[in-house]
Every structure is written in structure tokens, then in C-alpha cells.
Design a protein around this ligand. Structure first.
Ligand code: M6R
Length: 359
């Protein structure tokens, strides 16, 4: 039931702090230990490489997962679009472990890959929001998101739930493998920060509604730019905006703009720069300046520690590895308001289904 909300998408955006708290409750004990089956951790520890397979928004959550597994616990991780992997798999390592990310657990492209993985006898985990879904039944292990039903076609709370659960899993695996540095990653504290930060952001809806009206109401195209982790985030931000507002949007590695795409920048083209990575903050700022100098209308979404007084949206503090959890929220709201302001049914975008059961 959407209750007082005009649309499910807005309700689901607002539910994200609660999703973080639910995941803490389901997976993290009072003493900080993680409640994940040791058999699963052993299977992961026995492997030499993680392959994350997913589609759409879940694929974008996988891009963040790769950063978590590699940076926190040094496990080599690849992320693949399911529909590509199914017919052009990469050369696999000797002991692969597969993670399927899927809100619905029914995506045909991912199911096709899981069938092949099972035929080859490789171990697998499905991270899903739907208990007993096909991908959950057919994988060796399952972890549930406990996010509550996601009804809007555009995925929001499943994305942040998947990232949070990947962080919990990385922590559990790090402890299991006795990786010394994992002690410094207090996942419960970080997810609590994420919940509080998300709450601050959803409480500022009016501000984002106004920015959407000023920047996106009449535009034909738009760009999101960022580097490293922020590049992973902008790909999801762009998908969100295009699928509900029909604005042609690209999520771009900001360093690549000058290699061609900058030719598309005209007077008033909306460009949203996401800056949460310290190493590349100045680079992305220069790239944003370059498009501004060519007439772009630039919106900055920046972590508090990297922000300048003129940045329009300042993000609450969180470890940089989990910046997606807060940075995505204003972009979800921008997509929501752009769709409403342009007169569309935001919960049911044209040509799309909630779960894609054909290849
Ligand atoms: O249920 P899944 O997570 O497997 O779905 C994957 C995609 O179809 C889904 O994320 C899709 O891209 C959404 N429309 C994104 O908002």
C-alpha cells in the first residue's frame, strides 16, 4: 500500500533508511559479529575470484560491490552484465565464485547464466529481495534483502539494500579470512550513518524538487559525470533519470568527456557532477568547469569533506567506500521529480516491466 504517498517510487525512496536498519537487525549481532552461514563464507574463501552477474540497477550495485570486495578484503572481483556473460563468458579463474544480484530473483538473463554455472558445478550466491524466487532456489546460497516489496518499476531501495548487504558480506568474509585491516571497518556503524544520512537527504525533498524544475523540466538530454566510485554511482543515476523521465541521459567517466562526448554540450545542457572520491575530486571539478565554460548548467553533488560553499547538494558523512548509499538519494529524487513535472506515471514507465522474464 502506498498510503499517503502519490507514487510507490517516492515511498520506496523514503524507506531506504529503514532498509539499512533492517539489514543491521537481520545480519549483525549486538556484539558486532555477522550472522552469515559459515558454509557460504567457506565456499567464498575457497574461491580465487568473485564474479558478480546482474542486470540494470542490480548490475550497478555490483560495480560498488567490486570496490568493496577488492578494497576491503583484497578479493579479485569482476562484474558482468548477465545478457552479455551468457553468450560471451570471460575466461574464468580456476576457482570462481558467482554472486547473482537481483531484486526480483526472476531476471531471465541472470537465470540463463546461473543455469550454465550450475552445469559447470561452480558455487553461487543469490542476493535478492524475493524469498523462494527462481534465482534464490537455483543458487547454492541465498541472502535476502528484507527491503519489503519494491513495486515501482524503477529500482531504488533494492539498489541501496544490495550495496549494504555486499558491505556486510565483505565484512563477514574479511573476518572469516582473518584479514587484519577488516577490524577498522565497522559495518554496523557505517550503515547507521548511511541510514541517518539518507534521512537527512529525503527530508530535503523540496530543494531537489526545485532543482529538478529548474534544470530538467524541459531538457532533451542530460549528463551525470564522475570518476572511480563516482563513475559507478553516475551510471545508476543516469539509468534512473532516463527510465522515468525519458530524458536521454548518459552516466559518464568525467575524464572521458574530452575524448568525444563534450561535443554534445550546448547552452544549458544539464550536467550533474558527483564528487565523493578525494583522489579524483579536483579532476572532476576541472571537467565540470570545462563543460560549464561551454554553456552547461552544472549541479554539484559533493561529500561534506570535499565540498565548497557554492556546491548545491552536500552529502552527509560516510566512509568513501559506501558513498553510493547517500549520493544516490538526491539522484533518485531528481529522477522522480523530473518525471512528475514532465507529466508521466513515474511508477510505470513506458515499455518497461518490473521483472524482465524474457532474454
Ligand atoms: O530484478 P532484477 O534486479 O534482476 O532486475 C534487473 C533490472 O531489470 C532492473 O534493475 C531494471 O534495470 C530497473 N528498471 C532499474 O530501475
Amino acid at each position: 500500500q502506498k498510503g499517503a504517498y502519490p507514487f510507490y517510487m517516492l515511498k520506496e525512496i523514503d524507506e531506504q533508511p529503514g532498509v539499512m536498519r533492517n539489514l543491521i537487525k537481520e545480519y549483525i549481532a549486538e556484539d558486532g559479529s555477522i550472522k552469515i552461514d559459515t558454509d557460504l563464507l567457506k565456499a567464498m574463501a575457497d574461491s580465487d575470484r568473485i564474479y558478480i552477474v546482474a542486470a540494470g540497477t542490480s548490475y550497478h550495485a555490483g560495480l560498488v560491490g567490486k570496490e568493496l570486495f577488492e578494497k576491503l578484503i583484497q578479493v579479485p572481483t569482476e562484474v558482468h552484465v548477465a545478457s552479455e556473460f551468457a553468450y560471451n563468458p570471460p575466461l574464468l579463474s580456476a576457482k570462481p565464485f558467482f554472486i547473482f544480484l537481483s531484486q526480483s530473483g526472476e531476471t531471465a538473463d541472470s537465470r540463463q547464466v546461473l543455469t550454465q554455472v550450475n552445469q559447470a558445478g561452480y558455487p553461487s550466491l543469490t542476493i535478492t529481495n524475493v524469498m523462494n524466487s527462481t534465482l534464490s532456489r537455483e543458487a547454492t546460497y541465498t541472502l535476502l534483502l528484507y527491503a519489503g516489496p519494491e513495486i515501482a518499476v524503477a529500482s531504488t531501495k533494492a539498489y541501496t539494500g544490495q550495496i549494504a548487504l555486499e558491505a556486510i558480506l565483505a565484512k563477514a568474509l574479511g573476518v572469516y579470512k582473518q584479514i587484519a585491516t577488516i577490524k577498522d571497518f565497522d559495518v554496523a556503524a557505517e550503515l547507521t550513518k548511511a541510514a541517518n544520512g539518507m534521512q537527512e537527504l529525503v527530508d530535503e525533498k523540496g530543494k531537489i524538487e526545485k532543482i529538478a524544475a529548474d534544470m530538467l523540466k524541459d531538457t532533451r538530454n542530460a549528463f551525470y559525470i564522475g570518476r572511480t566510485m563516482d563513475y559507478a554511482i553516475v551510471q545508476e543515476a543516469a539509468l534512473k533519470l532516463k527510465e522515468v523521465s525519458y530524458i536521454q541521459t548518459e552516466g559518464f567517466a568525467s575524464g572521458e568527456l574530452k575524448h568525444g562526448t563534450i561535443a554534445l554540450i550546448q547552452e544549458n545542457t544539464p550536467v550533474v557532477a558527483i564528487i565523493t572520491d578525494k583522489k579524483t575530486a579536483n579532476h572532476t571539478r576541472s571537467n565540470a568547469q570545462e563543460v560549464k565554460a561551454r554553456g552547461a548548467n552544472v549541479l554539484y553533488i559533493v561529500s561534506r569533506d570535499l565540498a565548497t560553499p557554492t556546491d548545491q547538494i552536500v552529502l552527509p558523512e560516510i566512509t568513501p567506500l559506501l558513498s553510493a548509499l547517500v549520493a544516490i538519494v538526491p539522484t533518485q529524487l531528481l529522477a522522480y521529480y523530473a518525471s512528475i513535472q514532465r507529466g508521466y506515471d513515474v511508477d510505470k514507465p513506458r515499455n518497461l516491466a518490473k521483472s524482465v522474464t524474457v532474454e
